[in-house]
Write a protein of this length. Structure first.
Lengths: 284, 417
C-alpha cells in the first residue's frame, strides 16, 4: 500500500519497518514448508544441502526416495496410504451426515437448550487430543473395536463432526427460511425440499466442513497411536514412527506429496469460500 | 395476553394460541430429532468415556480384590496391636490362591508402594508357605520373617483396604499420604510432575505471546491491503494451516538440526563459530519455535476476521482531529481489536496446553509437556488410572479457560478460514 506524499519521514521509516516485520513473519510461516521440497530430491542419504545441490549439479538430485517410497520393501507406505484414505473417506462421510443433520436442528429457532447442546457437540475440538485419545481408547477397548478400522473411523467421526457443525451452522445463518416454506406451501414434501432447495444452498458449507473433517482424519495421529494395531497404520503414524527413529529422505518424499495434497485442498476450500460468500451476497 | 386475542380460533376450531403452541412443540421436537443422532453418538462414544476416566482414576480395587478374605477378617481389628489369628489365616488363604495363580507379583508391587521392604517379605512367604501345616497360622507366618511381628506391615495392608483413592491426584502434584495418613510432599529431587505442569503453562503462555506479537502485524496488513494482494498473502497463512502437522514438525527438525539451515545461517553471518553450533533441537528452544509457527495461523485468522470489520475511516477521523498515528492506533484501533485478541489468544493457549506431537519430536527431555507424560503412562508404564487422573486435571484447566472464552467471545463466533 502506497503512502500519501505528505507522510512525515519518521512515519515513513516506521511504515517500512512494519512492512519488513510482516515480511519476516510471512517468511517464518511459509519458508519451512519449502525446505522439504528440494531435500526430498537429494541423491545423498543426508538431510542437509550438499555442495552439489548448492551448485545445482544435476547429479546431486535424484528421485530415488520417491522410488523407495513406492517400491521400497521396508516402507509400508502403500498400506499406510490405503488405510489413511479408507479411514478418512468413511470418517468424512460419517461426519458430514451426522454434522449436517445436527446443524440443521441447531439452526432452527425452536431448538431447546441450544447453548448447552452446541457446547457438547463442539467439545471434541476443545478437549486436548491426548485426553480424547485416552477416553476413546478406553471406550473402543471395552466394546472390542481397538485395532480395527471401524474403531478408528468412529474416533475420527467424533473429532471431525465439530468442524461440519460449525461450517454448516455458519452457512445456515444467512439462510432464508421463507424459501423452504414456499416450497412446502407449493406441495413439496420435507425430504424433497431438503434435497432440492436446502442442500444445494448449504452445499459449500457442507463441503468445506467435509474438507476439514477429511484433513482432520487424514492428519490425525494421537488417537490413532492409541487405537491402531499393525494392520491399521496410517500415513501420519508411519511418519511419526519414522521421525522418532530416524529422519530419512523417504519421509521427506512422503511429506512433499502431502504438501501437494494440502495445496489442492486449500485451493478447493478457497473456491468454495468465495462461492459461498457470493451466494450469501457478501461482497468483501 | 388480552381476552380478545384468546377468542381467535384457527380453521379447525382450536384457539389460535393453543394451535400455535402445538406447532411450536412439533417444531421443537423436529429440531431436537435432527440433533439426536450426533448427540447420542457423542454421549456414548465420547462424553461417557471421559466421565468414565474419573471412576478409573479413583479406582483402587486391585488389592481389595486380591485379598477379599483378609479384608473381611480385618474389619474387626483396631490396628493397635498385632491382628488375631483369623486375620493371619485369611491372609494365608488369600495369598495361597495368588501364588497358585501366579498373580502374587502384583500384590507384592502394590504393597511395596505402601511400605518399603514388603516385597522381599512376601516373596519369602511365598516360598515357605508351601510347607505350612494346618492351624496356628499366626505362629507359622511370624516364623517365616521377623517383620511379620511388626504391626506396621499389617497396618500397611489395612491402609490399602478402601476401594477408592485420590492418591493418583496427589501423585499428579508430587504429594502422597504417608504412613500416618498425612498428606506430604515427595522429596525435592523427585518432584517431576510439578516441573512438568509449570513448564506446560510456561510454554503455552510464551507460545501464545509470540503468536500474538507475530500475528498482529500481519493480520493488520492482510485486513488493510487491497483484496488482490491480501488474497495472495492469505495463502501464506492458510497453506501451513492445511498442511499436515507432522510435515511441519519434520521441516523444523531439518531446519533446527546442528547441520541445519538455521545453524548454517548463524555461522554465515558470523553469530556463532562453525565448530560451536548451538543445539536448537531436543530442548525448549525447539518446542517454542516449532509450536509458534504451527499455531500462528490460529491466531491470525480470528484477528483478521475482527480487523476486517473495522472501518479505516475511524483512524482517519482520529488523525484529522489531531491524534498522532501512535495515539490514534492505541486509542482507536487497538481497543476495537480486543475481541479478536481474546479469541486468538485463548484458542492458541488451549491448543498449546494440550500439545503432544511436536514436543515429543523436537522437545527432547527438557521440552516435553504434561501430555507427553500422560501418553508415557498410557503406553509404557500402563498406569492407566494415573494417566486418567492427570488427563482430568488437564481437562479441568482447559474447561475453565474454555468457560472464560465462552463468556468473552461465545463458541458460536469461532471462525474457520
Amino acid at each position: 500500500m502506497a503512502l500519501p506524499k505528505y507522510t512525515e519521514p519518521h512515519y515513513r521509516i516506521w511504515h517500512y519497518f512494519y512492512l519488513f516485520i510482516c515480511g519476516c513473519v510471512f517468511f517464518f510461516l511459509i519458508a519451512p514448508l519449502f525446505v522439504i521440497f528440494p531435500l526430498s530430491f537429494n541423491a545423498e542419504e543426508f538431510l542437509v544441502f550438499t555442495d552439489g545441490m548448492k551448485r545445482l549439479d544435476p547429479d546431486a538430485f535424484s528421485t530415488r526416495w520417491y522410488k523407495d517410497m513406492v517400491y521400497g520393501t521396508k516402507n509400508p507406505w502403500g498400506l499406510a496410504a490405503k488405510n489413511s484414505f479408507i479411514i478418512a473417506i468413511f470418517a468424512t462421510i460419517g461426519s458430514i451426515i451426522l454434522g449436517t443433520l445436527a446443524a440443521l436442528g441447531l439452526s432452527s429457532r425452536h431448538m431447546p437448550y441450544k447453548g448447552l447442546i452446541m457446547a457438547t457437540l463442539i467439545s471434541p475440538m476443545i478437549v486436548p487430543l491426548i485426553i480424547s485419545g485416552v477416553a476413546i481408547f478406553f471406550f473402543m477397548a471395552k466394546v472390542g473395536l481397538a485395532a480395527t478400522h471401524l474403531g478408528i473411523i468412529l474416533a475420527h467421526i467424533i473429532l471431525g463432526t465439530p468442524f461440519v457443525v460449525i461450517t454448516v451452522t455458519a452457512t445456515l445463518s444467512g439462510f432464508d427460511h421463507s424459501i423452504t416454506r414456499a416450497a412446502s406451501s407449493l406441495g413439496s414434501n420435507p425430504f424433497n425440499t431438503f434435497m432440492k432447495i436446502t442442500l444445494p444452498l448449504i452445499l459449500p458449507g457442507v463441503i468445506s466442513g467435509g474438507l476439514f473433517a477429511f484433513v482432520t482424519s487424514f492428519d490425525e495421529v494421537v488417537v490413532v497411536l492409541f487405537l491402531a494395531g499393525l494392520d491399521n497404520t496410517t500415513i501420519p503414524v508411519q511418519m511419526w514412527t519414522g521421525l522418532r527413529e530416524q529422519l530419512s529422505p523417504t519421509i521427506l518424499a512422503v511429506a512433499t506429496c502431502l504438501i501437494v495434497l494440502s495445496i489442492l485442498i486449500l485451493l478447493t476450500a478457497e473456491l468454495l469460500r468465495r462461492r459461498s460468500e457470493r451466494l450469501r451476497g457478501i461482497n468483501r | 395476553m388480552s381476552s380478545e386475542t384468546q377468542k381467535i380460533l384457527s380453521t379447525d376450531g382450536i384457539p389460535l394460541e393453543e394451535s400455535l403452541k402445538q406447532a411450536e412443540k412439533k417444531n421443537k421436537i423436529k429440531a431436537f430429532l435432527l440433533v439426536t443422532p450426533l448427540l447420542l453418538f457423542l454421549i456414548i462414544t465420547y462424553i461417557i468415556p471421559i466421565a468414565d476416566m474419573f471412576s478409573r482414576s479413583i479406582d483402587d480395587k486391585m488389592v481389595t480384590n486380591m485379598l477379599p478374605k483378609t479384608y473381611k477378617a480385618m474389619e474387626q481389628w483396631d490396628g493397635k496391636e498385632l491382628p488375631p489369628e483369623e486375620v493371619f489365616e485369611a491372609f494365608y488363604l488369600d495369598y495361597k490362591i495368588l501364588v497358585e495363580n501366579k498373580t502374587a507379583g502384583r500384590l507384592q508391587t502394590q504393597l511395596n508402594y505402601e511400605k518399603n521392604g514388603f516385597k522381599s517379605v512376601l516373596k519369602k512367604l511365598a516360598r515357605k508357605q508351601k510347607k505350612f501345616e494346618e492351624g496356628n497360622y499366626k505362629e507359622q507366618i511370624m516364623k517365616v520373617h521377623k517383620r511379620w511381628r511388626n504391626v506396621d506391615y499389617w497396618r500397611a495392608i489395612k491402609r490399602r483396604a478402601p476401594a477408592y483413592t485420590y492418591s493418583k491426584y496427589l501423585k499428579g502434584v508430587d504429594m502422597y499420604s504417608n504412613e500416618e495418613g498425612k498428606i506430604v510432599q515427595v522429596s525435592e529431587d523427585r518432584r517431576i510432575h510439578r516441573i512438568l505442569w509449570s513448564r506446560t503453562l510456561e510454554v503455552a503462555f510464551f507460545v501464545t505471546l509470540f503468536c500474538f506479537l507475530m500475528a498482529y502485524p500481519i493480520a493488520h496488513l492482510l485486513a488493510t491491503l487491497p483484496m488482490k494482494y491480501s488474497n495472495l498473502l492469505m495463502i501464506c497463512v492458510l497453506l501451513p494451516f492445511w498442511t499436515s502437522l507432522l510435515v511441519r514438525t519434520a521441516s523444523w527438525m531439518i531446519l533446527l538440526q546442528q547441520q541445519g539451515l538455521v545453524n548454517d545461517f548463524f555461522v554465515w553471518i558470523g553469530l556463532v563459530g562453525d565448530d560451536n553450533r548451538p543445539e536448537m533441537m531436543y530442548n525448549k528452544t525447539g518446542t517454542y519455535v516449532a509450536m509458534t509457527q504451527i499455531l500462528l495461523p490460529f491466531m491470525v485468522l480470528p484477528l483478521y476476521s475482527v480487523m476486517k470489520t473495522i472501518s479505516p475511516s475511524l483512524m482517519r477521523a482520529g488523525k484529522s482531529l489531531g491524534a498522532t498515528p501512535g495515539v490514534a492506533f492505541f486509542k482507536i484501533y487497538f481497543p476495537l481489536t480486543i475481541p479478536g485478541i481474546g479469541a486468538g489468544c485463548l484458542l492458541v493457549f488451549i491448543l498449546a496446553i494440550g500439545y503432544y506431537i511436536t514436543p515429543a519430536l523436537v522437545g527432547g527431555a527438557s521440552g516435553t509437556l504434561i501430555s507427553n507424560q500422560i501418553a508415557y503412562h498410557m503406553k509404557s508404564t500402563l498406569d492407566w488410572s494415573f494417566a486418567s487422573a492427570m488427563g482430568l486435571m488437564l481437562l479441568t484447566g482447559v474447561l475453565v479457560i474454555y468457560w472464560i472464552y465462552n463468556k468473552l467471545v461465545g463458541v458460536d463466533n469461532i471462525k474457520l478460514g
